[in-house]
Design a protein around this ligand. Structure first.
Ligand SMILES: *[C@@H]1O[C@H](CO)[C@@H](O)[C@H](O)[C@H]1NC(C)=O
Length: 333
């Protein structure tokens, strides 16, 4: 009799702790696109928005139903950022221009308004990554023209764009080569930034009231981690202020402690070109990961059939911080 009682108890204890012993689970959740980038979660609609830059598409993915919707814009499109007052209104970057669009998430674009064009001195440069800060300002960076021989150097600029200075974007960091991942810490007094070819994440003091940064230092240097390959690309942050960084050509996402510069976790993704990361799901505990197949040759595409897909990583044992909405325009018309 004693034994019969003891065995079920043992199982109960084991199963209740199962999540502590299982590692992260990586799951491909969409079909491949050409160059997935810029994921962002909107809790109002439970949708994960992202872009397919060179196809000029914005897409949304519903984690509960698995539905994927897309709409075409004209030109290289990135980023897509939901706005504060209307979940069907988005700030989008197209080439070097910022526009506002209205999209119900399924049908055609129902309104579009051009707001501002930047970097006229670098006509072949284009927007890359962008995010809204807690006050709704837009932080959006550019990069020089990219060809098979590389990126035109020093033509990137990180801008911030606020409602009161819509026609006069502030140059925050200049020059950069490939303006990429950004994140703000939980206390909203640090800003993290990636200029991809530097292989580093820079940390700045952040003044949320004025939207200014100061006191740059290197928080993470990938070149010091010889066993990890690739280039730091998109980035997000978790509730413990650790950074999550997509490694382009590195086939992985890493979790980094920016205070120590240590890599805490490396999660392999079955696609070499991992472009960006964003937390989503009801509890912000699913890490969505965009990837690209754009630079792969035909043989690499056969070897990496999932390249270009959106992935979801679960069971990471942490959660993200909520994303912010853009708030740079009151009325569309
Ligand atoms: C951009 O890349 C060029 C060429 O590699 C390099 O000389 C330059 O220092 C880089 N610029 C920045 C801002 O890192």
């Amino acid at each position: 009799m004693m034994l019969l009682i003891a065995i079920p108890l043992f199982y109960v204890i084991t199963f209740s702790h199962a999540s502590l012993f299982n590692g992260p689970a990586v799951r491909q959740v969409t079909e491949p696109v050409d160059h997935g980038e810029g994921p962002t979660w909107d809790p109002r609609t439970n949708l994960l928005y992202f872009v397919d830059i060179f196809e000029g598409r914005i897409l949304n993915y519903n984690y509960l139903t698995n539905d994927l919707n897309a709409v075409y814009l004209h030109g290289n499109t990135t980023p897509v950022i939901p706005t504060k007052n209307n979940p069907h209104r988005f700030v989008v970057g197209i080439e070097r221009s910022v526009s506002i669009i209205e999209w119900d998430g399924k049908g055609p674009i129902t309104a579009k308004k051009h707001l501002v064009t930047v970097s006229k001195q670098f006509p072949t440069s284009r927007f890359n990554d962008g995010k809204a800060d807690k006050e709704g300002r837009l932080w959006i960076g550019t990069m020089g023209f990219e060809s098979s021989t590389g990126v035109v150097p020093n033509e990137g600029i990180l801008y911030s764009i606020s409602k009161d200075k819509l026609n006069d974007p502030t140059r925050v960091i200049q020059p950069v080569n490939i303006s990429n991942g950004m994140a703000w810490n939980k206390a909203n007094n640090k800003f993290y930034y990636i200029d991809t070819p530097t292989l580093t994440v820079r940390e700045y003091d952040y003044d949320s009231k004025s939207g200014t940064i100061s006191n740059s230092r290197i928080a993470f240097d990938l070149s010091k981690h010889k066993h990890i390959g690739g280039f730091p690309d998109g980035m997000t942050i978790d509730k413990d202020d650790n950074l999550w960084i997509a490694l382009y050509y590195g086939g992985a996402v890493i979790q980094v402690n920016p205070k120590t510069g240590c890599v805490l976790q490396l999660i392999a993704i079955p696609a070499q070109c991992v472009s960006s990361v964003a937390w989503g799901g009801h509890d912000l505990d699913i890490l969505f990961v965009t990837t690209s197949k754009h630079p792969l040759n035909p043989i690499e595409r056969i070897k990496q059939p999932a390249a270009g897909s959106l992935f979801a990583i679960t069971n990471l044992g942490t959660q993200g911080l909520p994303m912010y909405y853009a708030d740079i325009i009151d009325e569309l018309h």
